[in-house]
Design a protein around this ligand. Sequence first.
Ligand code: PGA
Length: 260
Amino acid sequence: MSRKIYIIGNWKMHNTISEAIKLSAEIASAFEQIAQETTQAHAPIEIVVAPPFTALAAVSQTVSSTAISLASQNISFAPSGAHTGEISAAMLQEVGATYAIIGHSERRHIYKEDDRLIQQKVQHTVREGIIPIVCVGELLEERKNNQHFAVCTQQIQSALDSVTADLATRVIIAYEPVWAIGTGETATPQDAQEMHVVIRKAVQHKYGADVASGMSILYGGSVKPDNSKALLAEKDIDGALIGGASLKVDSFINIIQSAQ
Ligand code: PGA
C-alpha cells in the first residue's frame, strides 16, 4: 500500500443503529457532493468511519455503493473460540470492515490492554487481511518528563514486533497523545510533526526507508475543523483519526475539505 491520506471517524460508544444509518448516509452524500466539486488535482483521500459493533452491518449497507470505508473500533487476537465479548477478524470481514483500530488509548487505559495484547492483535489482524490502525501516544506526565519519544517508539516497536516487512506495508499508525484525546487540547502542528518523524524513523529502523516512507501516519486528539488544516499541512501527517468532531456531519466534512 502506498502512502495515502486518511480521514477516519472514530464514533466510540455513540450512535444507535438508526442514528448510525442517518449519520453515515449524511456523510456519504456530503462527501459525494464535495468529491464532484473538487478537481482531480487533489490527492485522493480515503474516508473511513468506525461505528460501534452493533451498527457495523447497517452502516456497511448504507455506505456500500459509496466511497466510504468501514473500520471496527477493536478486534480479537484470536480467530475464534472461547473469548466472551470479543469479535473476530472473519466476523468483521463478513460485515464489510476493511480496517480495525487497535490499541486506542481508551482500550489501553480504561480496559487495560497492554503492549503484548496489542502486539498479538496487530499480528493477527494484518495476517487475516484486515488493515490495522495502530494507535500510540504518551500520557501528559510522560511528555512533561520528556519521555514522549521513547514511549511512542517503544509502543511502535512492540506493536510491530512480529509483523514482517511485507505485511508492514499494510499497517496504518495513528499518533494520539493521550492528553489531547477528548480534552480540547491539541498537539501543535510542529509537536505532532516532530513525533511523526520519530515514529517514521522507528519504522525505518525496522523495515527500511521504502516501508517507512510508504506508511500513513495519522494524527488524533481533538482534531477539529479549526485546527485540521494546519495539522494536515505538515509533511509527515498523513491524515487524522477523529473522535468528537466525527459525530457531526458538518465538522467531519469540514475536516475532509481541509485535507484536500
Ligand atoms: P477526539 O478523539 O477527536 O474526540 O479527541 C480522538 C480519538 O480518540 O481517536
